[in-house]
Design a protein around this ligand. Structure first.
Ligand SMILES: [Zn+2]
Length: 375
């Protein structure tokens, strides 16, 4: 049995809160961040200006924090709360974060004395929490912080996992780039099904070009000192909103794809082989001369894809491994392949001809056959 974790991130603009709540959130959570920082560097901490439970929770959740932060792609110590959940009629024990699913709200405590800040949960947040609870996940701890005008609450669920016994199926995932798509194949001695997943690149590029155009305009205003005018402010808001839409789209796409692939592996009891070619992808992106900002966003969400995928596989106890599968070497005779137009690869020695995406999958099949012969 191992423990695995999944985290729900709740994000709300600070402007939805009352002035008192907003002020307390900024002051207390920033203060807790500073304390957490000191705590992480080995200092003994106590607080006189904020609730003493903040200092207490750092020590209490010491081991969990290490566990979560070890795999976390953005590790930072924030205010920590214990968590309680009410599904039907469970008692509210005054936990720092109390999720009440009879009303679909979250109570955030300790920030304001003697009362909770109430946050309404969206249907998708409620769905996420219910799904984790149904999978016998338990809310372990919550962290909260304030950044860039938003309140963030991250709720981590923990689950005891019995690793599944893999069947003969393998799910091979070739993480190439968003541009060429993420290729996957379900193999069982032969290719049983395969696909290539790609976000709507046209939509992404339209948004990106729009942002670039607006930024250019805004830059001109700025040089002239007109960026604080109503027109300048409106422009700035549009830049931020469009950028948000772009990232939200990529985030949503990534999440849906991870869900689909993790469920597929689970359904077939397939061991997952991830061909992670991020470095190669980075080079490809540069060669395509994509605008730097867009290349960065693509890379960010490729990394995010791998992080989320391995996180979900671990949650369900699906075994996975990273394996470099060659895409330029002939899987029949081992000769170097030459690339023809349209991402077609050809072997000058044995004449094999296949799409570039299929080469790593053919190698995976080969590994599986060799592997199954071994005792
Ligand atoms: Zn060959």
């Amino acid at each position: 049995m191992t423990k695995s974790h999944r985290t729900l991130l709740i994000k709300r603009p600070l402007r939805i809160f009352t002035t008192e709540e907003r002020g307390a959130l900024v002051r207390v959570l920033n203060r807790a961040d500073a304390l957490g920082n000191l705590w992480a560097r080995g200092f003994e901490i106590w607080s006189i200006d904020i609730d003493s439970r903040f200092a207490y929770e750092f020590d209490y959740f010491k081991n969990e924090l290490r566990l979560i932060n070890a795999k976390k792609w953005l590790a930072k110590v924030h205010a920590i709360f214990n968590v309680g959940v009410r599904l039907t009629n469970e008692r509210d024990m005054g936990q720092g974060v109390f999720i009440d699913l009879t009303e679909n709200i979250l109570r955030l405590r300790w920030v304001i004395k003697r009362r909770a800040i109430i946050i309404s949960l969206t249907p998708s947040e409620v769905g996420y929490i219910r799904d984790r609870l149904n999978e016998s996940g338990k809310p372990k701890l919550a962290r909260a912080w304030v950044d860039d005008g938003h309140l963030y609450i991250a709720i981590t669920f923990e689950r005891e996992v019995e690793p599944i016994k893999p069947s003969n199926y393998r799910l091979v995932i070739d993480v190439n780039s968003w541009r060429h798509g993420i290729a996957w194949a379900l193999v069982d001695g032969k290719i049983s099904s395969m696909g290539r997943e790609r976000p709507n690149l046209g939509y992404i590029e339209t948004l990106y070009n729009h942002v670039t155009m607006l930024e250019h305009k805004y830059g001109t205003l700025r040089r002239l000192g007109f960026h604080k005018t109503p027109y300048g402010r409106k422009l700035w808001r549009e830049i931020k909103a469009t950028r948000c839409r772009l990232y939200a789209y990529l985030r949503d796409y990534t999440q849906k794809l991870v869900h689909k692939l993790a469920q597929k592996a689970l359904k077939y009891g397939a061991m997952v082989i991830i061909d992670d070619v991020l470095e190669e992808s980075r080079r490809e992106l540069m060669e395509e001369k994509l605008p730097n900002g867009l290349a960065k966003a693509y890379m960010l969400y490729l990394r995010r894809f791998i992080y989320l995928l391995t996180n979900q596989l671990a949650w369900y106890g699906v075994p996975y491994e990273f394996k470099r599968l060659p895409s330029t070497k002939c899987p029949v005779c081992g000769n170097e392949l030459t690339q023809l137009p349209g991402r077609v690869m050809q072997c000058p020695k044995c004449g094999l001809k296949a799409n570039r995406d299929e080469i790593p999958i053919k190698w995976a099949l080969l590994h599986q056959r060799i592997g199954s012969r071994q005792p």
